[in-house]
Design a binder for this molecule. Sequence first.
Ligand code: AHR
Length: 312
Amino acid sequence: SLLACLLGAGAAAAEDKLTIGFSQIGSESGWRAAETSVSKIEAEKRGIDLKIADAQQKQENQIKAIRNFIAQGVDAIFVAPVVATGWDDVLAEAKDAEIPVVLLDRTIDTKDDSLYLTAVTSDTVHEGAVAGEWLAKTVGDKPCNIVELQGTVGSSPAINRKKGFDEAIASHANLKIIRSQTGDFTRTKGKEVMESFIKAENGGKNICAVYAHNDDMQIGAIQAIKEAGLKPGTDILMVSIDAVPDIFKAMSEGEANATVELTPNMAGPAFDVIAAYKKDGTMPPKWIQTESRLYLPDTAKEEYERRKGLGY
Ligand code: AHR
């Protein structure tokens, strides 16, 4: 009968529905919160059942979540690895269970690339280089003491954003990093560390530029600089990475000078890869690279409005 047919089709559709587990790091930054929201939106668009586990910044929680997803027999696992090392064992368990793993926004150190299907990330070394090149060009021949706010210790973006920036300024003898410390990708720690830099560097007067590995730490630094009676964006040049709405607001108010965009939509391409892989075994490239674009104050106002309107 027609009813049986419709019920049958419904059952088939339910069977086809992919269930994907996402081990997310936490919500340390505006960018991270946006990535989580976009993942939900993109899953819904595709009719995917997305289960998100928040690891509250702890690798052990991520490992537990991955083991839970394996036990549940999900169709695929997404991981945003908080740090780069220590994943081989748990990913081997996923491989044994024939569950494909996709790395989102951060990479891992492993000798065995077969432990994951693909990685959807930006070139984080390049992001650091874009920031460094912008600074070198902006400063010209003048001497410039830089302070650096690093991301989470041992995370791939912190390691690579430092490397790319260091390489970009290496040939400019007038640019020097005088202090560098982790602010763990958070506003609160970014502010705290910047306060200590200001104290140590003549109330901030020795500092020419702040390079922050993400916008949230930069926003913390902006607050610290203002509280010290200096003008961020004018007295001190401010360059960072992510392109979240708040940094565009700061740029439109003259308090930040440049940001390098990291798209929060890492899950969209990852869902498509999994759908194709599940359908007929299509193998994706090992790396799906997202774009890293430099944004300056000239477009800040419209970018802020546009991004606010996206609702994540
Ligand atoms: O892995 C991407 C980084 O993690 C983002 O730049 C930062 O904001 C986040 O916490």
